[in-house]
Design a protein. Structure first.
Length: 129
């Protein structure tokens, strides 16, 4: 049986799940690794769902040009994630479970963002160039 390296790594969380073998329980301890990569994506471009694995492509805006009539946005695909399909659906469930308890805060953030955009548009409309 493999053991968890408990040296000086920070324990993030512990989950207890039904064991796929023997009907017992399985404990999963997740520790923070030494080389965690933190990236920012502002779009999911494509998702390919397969029976075994799925792929997701992520991009970010690298250039935005706008004139009076048109806007051109240039995006850069920078990450193609391959993930077991079962894990992807577990993640979707986790995301959906987190919406309900955060509904009020999410609504407040959406309202604040909308109000800030409306105020900026109003100021731009009133500005003399």
């Amino acid at each position: 049986m493999a053991t968890t390296p408990k040296s000086n790594k920070r324990l993030l969380y512990t989950d207890t799940l039904p064991s796929p073998i023997g009907g017992g329980k399985r404990t999963i301890e997740t520790y923070e690794g030494s080389d965690v990569i933190d990236v920012f994506a502002d779009a999911v471009n494509r998702t390919y769902l397969g029976p075994i694995v799925s792929k997701m492509e992520f991009s970010r805006t690298v250039l935005l040009q706008q004139d009076a009539a048109n806007a051109t946005e240039e995006r850069e695909l920078f990450l193609r994630l391959t993930i077991p399909t079962t894990v992807l659906f577990e993640a979707i469930g986790i995301i959906m479970d987190s919406v309900a308890p955060n509904k009020d805060a999410l609504n407040q953030a959406a309202t604040a963002a909308t109000n800030a955009i409306r105020e900026a548009i109003k100021k731009a409309k009133d500005a003399k160039f």
